[in-house]
Design a protein around this ligand. Structure first.
Ligand SMILES: Cc1cc2nc3c(=O)[nH]c(=O)nc-3n(C[C@H](O)[C@H](O)[C@H](O)COP(=O)(O)OP(=O)(O)OC[C@H]3O[C@@H](n4cnc5c(N)ncnc54)[C@H](O)[C@@H]3O)c2cc1C
Ligand code: FES
Length: 288
């Protein structure tokens, strides 16, 4: 069992959990993740240690409230509660070497996964610029990023309440691709790295490809066990089937089959919506 030492909402739909998990804290490297099961009858979801203390034995997870599980975590977990399972560290650490000048991009809560990687790359002697594009009330880790890397660029998009959420998300994609284009036109980068929704990763990749800059992307397919046993996280990279949980989650963006990744990510959308709607009734006191 893993005790929640600290829990706070740090931005709209973004919750910070500091958790006692010594076996993860001892070994985790930037780029790795954990699989969390927070409730007895709950599902397993992949999340990323953002910060850790090897001696004190804690990790920090920052979780975007997306569907039923993350909404239940935000609504029901309290400081002092214990999380049932945290498996990890899982996946491969990112490559730690001197690439030179790096542009590390995080869309929405993806920036929390960029943080440990960008910080370590900077500490290794790379010149790291981070770019965070998100909705205005969802800004996280601004100060931490500014302290960790050479330059942190924050681009915020206002939420237009007269428009649907997917319409608003298109504005984030637009700002993201425009800003990346502007940066690549002005400056030379040796590597672009990105974490965010697959559609945005592909949109950014299309821009980066025009400039011929190497790009890596942290992929987010659906995961179940996170240890290579089920294939739920399979992705096609360079024409071969790979399991993101053991072969990734970081891959060469030029080799990823983005169409397959994006279509597989939407496979459970109807069931996810139903689970969320049922849970909304519980939250509103209507029972299940
Ligand atoms: C390697 C990795 C690291 C991640 N790290 C973080 C993090 O640090 N912070 C954070 O907020 N989110 C992170 N995510 C995304 C997070 O796992 C999903 O947002 C979460 O599973 C959604 O669960 P839900 O039930 O609330 O939403 P729903 O949309 O209802 O999800 C239902 C199911 O779909 C799967 N699923 C849905 N969306 C995703 C997705 N984008 N990625 C993976 N599985 C998904 C889940 O496994 C879950 O079983 C990470 C994903 C991966 C693959
Ligand atoms: S999540 Fe099952 S093989 Fe990767």
């Amino acid at each position: 069992m893993y005790k929640i030492l600290e829990k706070k909402e740090i931005a709209m739909r973004n919750t910070w959990y500091k958790i006692h998990a010594p076996h993860v804290a001892r070994k985790v490297q930037p780029g790795q993740f954990v699989i969390v099961r927070a409730f007895k009858n709950g599902e397993r979801i992949p999340l990323t240690p953002v910060m850790w203390d090897r001696e004190e034995g804690w990790i920090v997870l920052i979780v975007f409230t997306r569907g039923k599980t993350t909404a239940r975590m935000a609504a029901e977990l309290r400081e002092g509660d214990e999380i049932l399972n945290i498996a990890g560290p899982l996946g491969n650490p990112v490559e730690m070497k001197k690439f030179g000048k790096i542009l590390a991009i995080g869309a929405y809560t993806g920036i929390v996964e960029v943080y440990p990687i960008a910080k370590a790359w900077q500490e290794l002697g790379n010149d790291v610029t981070t770019l965070h594009v998100t909705f205005e009330p969802m800004v996280v880790l601004k100060g931490e990023m500014e302290n960790a890397v050479g330059r942190h660029i924050l681009e915020t998009v206002q939420i237009d309440m007269t428009k649907s959420f997917p319409e608003n998300m298109k504005n984030v994609t637009k700002r993201l691709t425009e800003k990346v284009r502007e940066l690549l036109e002005k400056e030379h980068f040796d590597l672009v790295f990105m974490v965010g929704p697959s559609g945005d990763q592909r949109a950014v990749f299309e821009v980066v490809k025009e400039f011929g800059v190497p790009m890596k992307a942290d992929l987010h397919p659906i995961m179940v066990d996170g240890t290579g046993m089920c294939g739920a996280c399979r992705v096609t990279v360079g024409g071969e089937v790979k399991f993101a949980c053991i072969d990734g989650p970081e891959f060469d963006a030029y080799k990823v089959d983005w169409d397959v990744l994006i279509s597989r990510s939407g496979y459970y959308t109807d069931m996810e919506m139903m689970a969320m709607q049922e849970y909304m009734k519980v939250l509103q006191g209507g029972g299940q």
